[in-house]
Ligand binder design. Structure first.
Ligand code: SAM
Length: 292
């Protein structure tokens, strides 16, 4: 298979160039899927021209998405809900917890999951684990139905694409109300909230949506080289008493550890300014390369 240079638009007039060997390409019912190999970052997944994950730096993102909410809870985490996450990295990190009895993963696009399981198994968690319930479908519809059933989860992790295409519904108010209704009283919900350096409105917007439904909302960060800078995570809980900024356990990952947990909530001044000055008219900020 020939190698060629492929570039991802990161910001206006700014791209990341990758020399890639395309391993698999498909137009799924929802998006364009590309699995590639690159000398620097190894194998990776791109959806609609946006890099979702690479073997080279995925551990940073997946460890911070999982261990901050789980280690941030005082009680053992018994149930978790993942929305999106077809590359399986969030599932992999969650299944490291023996306390976990049930993990529901709701992924819209089965083709992405099948391609990741075949071409990037080193990132994937084990979907055959008896604790895992895999639902192929829309995450917004799932939480709406789960709310009616009175289902509750200790940790909810939103590992969706940015606010474009099929993921837009996951940024709307009704979804956040259903999401909060599915979180246990001592639970923690977290979602990736974009890169403030190239998407300055997404993090403040999500902070507002979380503040609509959670009494406690905090933002934390981690460096993600292939995303183009520091990624923001917004976390929320129903009670101010859930001090999820403080790690309760001693888990240590390749990136995550207690000091990283605590320091990740120390935000740069300009992020605080972005949130303080954000004029929220409820519209979802579309700040993604294909719109520049
Ligand atoms: N870590 C990546 C990032 O930060 O951009 C996200 C990785 S994961 C592959 C994103 C997944 O969200 C995709 O597989 C996509 O199909 C899924 N997704 C998008 N909209 C969805 C929806 N409404 N319900 C469930 N999954 C959805």
């Amino acid at each position: 298979m020939t190698r060629y240079w492929w570039s991802e638009r990161i910001g206006p007039g700014f791209t990341h160039g990758y020399e890639i060997e395309p391993l698999f390409e498909q137009r799924t019912p929802f998006q364009r899927l590309l699995i590639f190999d690159n000398p620097q970052w190894g194998k990776g997944l791109a959806l609609d021209g946006i890099v979702q994950t690479t073997v080279g730096d995925e551990f940073i993102y997946h460890e911070m998405m999982v261990h901050v909410p789980v280690q941030g809870r005082k009680e053992p985490t018994r149930s978790a809900l993942i929305i999106g996450g077809a590359d399986g990295g969030v599932l992999r990190e969650l299944l490291k917890y023996d306390s976990l009895e049930r993990v529901v993963q709701v992924e819209l696009d089965e083709a992405v999951l099948v391609a990741c399981r075949k071409y990037i198994p080193e990132i994937c968690g084990n979907w055959k684990d008896p604790r895992v319930e895999l639902v192929i479908g829309d995450g917004a519809r799932y939480v709406k139905e789960a709310r009616k059933r009175g289902e509750k989860f200790d940790v909810i992790i939103l590992d969706s694409t940015d606010p474009i295409g099929p993921a837009i519904v996951l940024f709307e108010k009704p979804f956040h109300e259903d999401l909060a209704a599915c979180l246990s009283d001592t639970g923690v919900a977290v979602r990736q909230s974009g890169l403030p350096v190239t998407m300055p409105k997404v993090m403040p917007f999500i902070q507002k949506r979380f503040q609509d439904v959670f009494d406690k909302v905090e933002v934390y960060m981690a460096p993600m080289p292939t995303y183009g800078g520091e990624i923001a995570f917004v976390a929320g809980s129903k009670s101010k008493g859930v001090a999820f900024e403080e790690p309760s356990g001693n888990f240590e990952g390749r990136y995550y550890n207690r000091a990283i947990h605590i320091s990740s909530f120390c935000l740069p001044t300009w992020w605080k300014k972005l949130m303080a000055e954000y004029e929220d008219d409820g519209t979802i900020p579309i700040e993604t390369p294909s719109y520049w």
